[in-house]
Design a binder for this molecule. Structure first.
Ligand code: GTP
Ligand code: MG
Length: 193
């Protein structure tokens, strides 16, 4: 995929603000701080188009990035961040649930999970939620640069087993640090457009 343009169109908190036009969308889901925004930047070869942070809770709104005037990445706030109040968490849940379950142009959710550790209970809940609603799901096992290559396959297997991954759902080893897996991730995404 040759990225010729990438622009933030809107940071939305409610459906009236979502872009019109019906272009395909891919939403990023995952634990807070797992690397959703970094994934977007690496895929687009842009250093800081999507804002990242070493502190969890950076992304707070649904951020729509228009790519090549042709499709969107939607950066989504992460789950599992302990320092968020109950009220905020409930509002977050509604915003994301509304988007994920009612959005016609949504082609697939890109679920980002950390290769270093087994998926958390929240990761399993998110995957089950997506399966329950029949939302197509692509797993990105990220931060591969933090795991010795000799252990990659073992960790991928743990991810698959812990999520009870549907064998039809793609899983891609990835690193936003080195760019490993970028071409494979693009070809998987393109097959969902
Ligand atoms: P929230 O917006 O808070 O939900 O977080 P996020 O999922 O968007 O994470 P973000 O992309 O901001 O990355 C969090 C931290 O992890 C940053 O310090 C990144 O530099 C780091 N990071 C993300 N991906 C990778 C990776 O593949 N390898 C390494 N080594 N670090 C990564
Ligand atoms: Mg983010």
């Amino acid at each position: 995929m040759k990225v010729t343009s990438a622009d933030i169109i809107i940071s939305a908190v409610k459906p009236e603000q979502y872009p019109e036009g019906g272009l395909p969308e891919f939403a990023l889901a995952g634990r807070s701080n797992v690397g959703k925004s970094s994934f977007i930047n690496k895929m687009l070869n842009r250093k800081s188009l999507a804002r990242t942070s070493s502190k969890p809770g950076k992304t707070q709104t649904l951020n729509f990035f228009l790519i090549n005037e042709n499709f969107y990445f939607v950066d989504v706030p992460g789950y599992g961040y302990a320092k968020v109040s109950k009220t905020e968490r409930a509002a977050w849940g509604r915003m994301i649930e509304t988007y994920l379950t009612n959005r016609e142009p949504l082609k697939a959710v890109v679920l980002i999970v950390d290769l270093r550790h087994p998926p958390t209970a929240d990761d399993v809940m998110m995957y089950d939620f997506l399966k329950h609603y029949g939302i197509p799901c692509i797993i990105i096992n990220t931060k591969a640069d933090k795991v010795p290559k000799s252990k990659w396959q073992k960790h991928v297997k743990i991810t698959k087993e812990t999520l009870n991954l549907d064998p039809n759902d793609p899983i891609v080893l990835f690193s936003s640090d080195t760019g490993y897996g970028r071409d494979e991730a693009w070809s998987v995404l393109q097959s969902y457009m």
